[in-house]
Write a protein that binds this ligand. Structure first.
Ligand SMILES: Cc1ncc(COP(=O)(O)O)c(C=O)c1O
Length: 393
């Protein structure tokens, strides 16, 4: 969090410095650690507190557990150091879930009569958000992520919401180009960075005002917590986001915050293994006749690749493809042994699902979203290829 983030923020523990040219693995393992204190743990344990001792005037940083918590502070520093290395002007706030983070930006920044541009192919809860925004008299325009189509509906908008790569279609847009166009007409720009993680893409460096994500996915990576965050560089806008968190109370529990911080230490290890396996799996799937619509932004011939290669440093752990029918897809999922049939993505254990079962995404019935975990690459590919064989008609 930035020094201006909260009353008395100067009292908040500061992170241990690392060299300015430290690599991403070094940053991940040390991100958000406080100065070492003799006989104290390197990463202090979760602070369970609804309230803090507060004699006299109620000054921060820690007053009441819905406003601030020392475990959040360290996690917020850690995420900020990854989303915006070396930037003192960026503030990060953690939330109970990715949706809490997304809603905090949209509902704190938009007013009745404003127009907002959302992706038409983004996370499947966005249509629910759209309905709520419209109920408040906010005009919602949508366009697909691919081809930078959101540019066509930007005029007069107050906020542009980007999801790149999009979930589950894995299309990519040129964030810098869209951000410049949006800023030219005074619109704020938010990027959902869930799929890429801050080690894959840094939206704030690409010109966005907010990097927003579900920390439920690869950031925490073990499929055992829900979390969200907003990192932003406009202090006035972030004050609105902070106020929203306070009045809605969409806060993470200290245990979740601590687990996420502990997990960030292995982020680079997990991301490098999972993403390399995702590319290897995509290459193996490319050779299969029953697989169509294969998408992975790291594949050199993927339609997303040219832009992804310019703005991403890693391409994510999600591969999507289509099998000929719903029945074939269900048989395939049932035949997998190392891949759990489950929603969500980014965890160390591979998961896959027939996305059409939810009814919210415009995808074929046989569309599969597969999230590659940290298993040995060869084992995972062998499991997927065996399941394809066994599920054949
Ligand atoms: C791209 C994206 N953004 C946001 C969310 C919402 O996150 P959460 O489930 O933590 O609320 C998801 C969840 O799948 C997602 O895939």
């Amino acid at each position: 969090m930035s020094a201006s983030a909260a009353d008395g923020a100067e009292n908040i523990q500061r992170t241990t410095g690392f060299p300015a040219d430290a690599g991403e693995g070094t940053r991940a393992v040390r991100a958000g650690l406080p100065e070492p204190v003799k006989h104290e743990p390197t990463l202090p344990g979760p602070v369970f507190a609804a309230h803090f001792h507060l004699p006299g005037d109620p000054t921060g940083p820690y007053t009441y557990g819905r406003d601030e918590n020392p475990t959040w502070t360290l996690l917020e520093q850690a995420i900020g150091e990854l989303e915006a290395p070396g930037r003192e002007d960026v503030e990060t706030l953690v939330f109970a879930s990715g949706m809490a983070a997304i809603s905090s930006v949209l509902f704190s920044q938009l007013r009745t009569g404003d127009a907002v541009v959302l992706p038409s192919d983004g996370y499947q809860a966005l249509p629910l958000v759209r309905a709520q925004l419209e109920a408040y008299g906010i005009e919602v325009r949508t366009a697909p992520t691919g081809g930078d189509a959101q540019l066509q509906v930007l005029e007069g908008a107050r906020l542009l919401w980007i999801e790149s790569p999009s979930n589950p279609g894995l299309d990519v847009c040129d964030i810098r180009r869209l951000a410049e166009a949006a800023h030219a007409q005074g619109a704020l720009v938010a990027v959902d960075n869930t799929l890429a993680t801050p080690l894959g893409q840094r939206p704030l460096e690409l010109g966005a005002d907010f990097a927003v994500a579900s920390g439920t996915k690869q950031l925490s990576g073990h499929g055992d917590i829900l979390l969200g965050y907003v990192a932003g560089r406009d202090s006035e806008a972030m004050a609105g986001v902070r106020r929203w968190r306070k009045i809605v109370g969409a806060i993470p529990g200290p245990m979740e915050a601590w687990l996420a911080h502990r997990s960030i230490a292995t982020l680079q290890l997990r991301v490098d293994r999972q993403n390399a396996s995702a590319l290897a799996l995509a290459e193996a799937l490319r050779a299969r006749p029953e697989v169509t619509g294969l998408r992975y932004p790291g594949l050199p011939d993927d339609p997303s690749h040219p832009i992804a290669a310019r703005q991403m440093r890693r391409y994510g752990c999600v591969v999507s493809f289509t099998l000929p029918t719903r029945e074939r897809a269900e048989r395939f999922l049932g035949a997998l042994r190392l891949v759990d049939d489950a929603t969500s993505f980014g965890g160390v254990r591979s998961t896959a699902e027939r996305r059409g079962r939810w009814g919210g995404d415009a995808v074929p019935e046989g569309f599969i979203r597969l999230s590659v975990g940290a298993e040995d690459t060869k084992d995972l590919i062998a499991d997927v290829l065996r399941a394809l064989e066994e599920s054949a008609d």
